[in-house]
Design a binder for this molecule. Structure first.
Ligand SMILES: C=CC1=C(C)c2cc3[nH]c(cc4nc(cc5[nH]c(cc1n2)c(C)c5CCC(=O)O)C(CCC(=O)O)=C4C)c(C)c3C=C
Ligand SMILES: [Fe+2]
Ligand SMILES: [Fe+2]
Length: 344
């Protein structure tokens, strides 16, 4: 059992009767350098939720093969997408989302809430944010993982961290975590708006590709509902756009390692489409609420090049929801629903 912390004389501040809302995303390196990427990957890839290979087998691979090599190549990729003033896009957009959500909640007359960002790995850390609020006397916290589709590899890891942290408390915080919102009306509406706005400027494509981050196929075989939720989101989005089945495809990207991951894989699918004569594709990544390495570099650079090299003519990337007003409005609704009974 974790040691109980002594908190009997915690300071009573205004935070004590407030509710904390944390937008929690994956996390990102502090700089686009090999050493910062190494530190980030070491934490991320040591999480047994992310890599399920037994530690005795995995640790030597991670520390002997992956961490000495991958950070250099990854840092070069991060350098290509790093924002001049804003740093990591993932962190930049997640912080913007928190700022906008704070304003939108205020505007809606919601009082007594604080909004922050907290990353699962790296900084600014979810754990430190929860602990800082707790020390200020706050006892009610709502965590919103920025993953619309639940996966054991991502969402469950947020639960692990929060529950393990709470375990050390005598007076435990009242915690709520949004498990998933793959089918939420506002989320689907925001995605549809993003696509329609893109079509208004560029016209319709031959195919709309909905690309999600992959996970090992084995995880799904063992009961992870992630794949089913990705398909649900995609079908709802297609329905809302009035897209027939032959005009869109669901694919999975970012395969890591040699095991079988969810298929069809994004890049080979786009290569095949190009070879078979598909000229214009739109690509959207509905599972990422903020643009990041996996969308800006992998999709909009690597996969784009592969499509064009194989004979495709136009590869049009549709940005993530990022700061889109319809998304912030959806987030506000999601938060308000999950604050039920907590608001004054
Ligand atoms: C090792 C296995 C991995 C699993 C399982 C996995 C699942 C998963 N990841 C995201 C979201 C993101 N992943 C990002 C980067 C990233 N992911 C992995 C590996 C796994 N992800 C690695 C090794 C990396 C690092 C980048 C690299 O070195 O290539 C990111 C971007 C972070 C950024 O800073 O921009 C996101 C976001 C989801 C949603 C998911 C399962 C559903
Ligand atoms: Fe990932
Ligand atoms: Fe990647």
């Amino acid at each position: 059992m974790t040691q109980m912390a002594h908190t009997s004389n915690h300071p009573k501040t205004s935070a004590a009767d407030h509710v904390g809302i944390v937008l929690c995303n994956l996390g990102t390196p502090s700089e686009p350098t090999p050493s910062a990427v190494r530190q980030y990957l070491a934490e991320f890839l040591s999480d047994p939720r992310v890599v399920e290979i037994p530690g005795l087998l995995w640790k030597p691979i991670l520390h002997g093969l992956i961490l000495p090599r991958r950070p250099k190549a990854s840092a070069q990729k991060y350098q290509k997408i790093w924002l001049k003033d804003g740093g990591s896009p993932l962190l930049h957009y997640t912080q913007k989302q928190a700022t906008l959500l704070r304003g939108w909640l205020e505007e809606a007359g919601v009082q007594g809430v604080e909004v922050a960002t907290g990353m699962r790995y790296g900084a600014p850390s979810l754990l430190q944010q929860l602990q800082a609020w707790y020390q200020q006397g706050m006892r009610r916290m709502l965590i919103v993982p920025m993953y619309p589709q639940y996966s054991g590899t991502t969402t469950a890891s947020v639960y692990d961290l929060a529950y393990q942290w709470a375990q050390s408390k005598r007076d435990i915080p009242d915690l709520r975590i949004v498990k998933e919102y793959a089918q939420a009306e506002g989320y689907i509406a925001a995605l549809a708006r993003r696509v329609v706005e893109h079509w208004q400027t560029h016209g319709r494509p031959d195919q709309l590709i909905m690309s999600y981050h992959g996970i090992p196929a084995r995880n799904v075989e063992l009961g992870d509902p992630y794949q089913a939720q990705c398909i649900q989101t995609s079908e709802l989005l297609a329905q809302r756009l009035g897209l027939p089945k032959n005009q869109y495809l669901v694919t999975f990207q970012s395969r890591f390692g040699k095991a079988k991951w969810l298929e069809p894989y994004t890049q080979p699918t786009l290569e095949r489409l190009a070879q078979q004569g598909t000229r214009v594709v739109d690509v959207i990544c509905p599972g990422f609420s903020a643009d990041c390495l996996e969308t800006l570099e992998e999709i909009n650079m690597e996969v784009r090049d592969a499509f064009i090299e194989n004979g495709g003519q136009e590869f049009r990337y549709i940005p993530c929801l990022n700061e889109h007003p319809e998304w912030i409005s959806a987030l506000r609704d999601l938060v308000v629903t999950n604050l039920n009974g907590w608001l004054r």
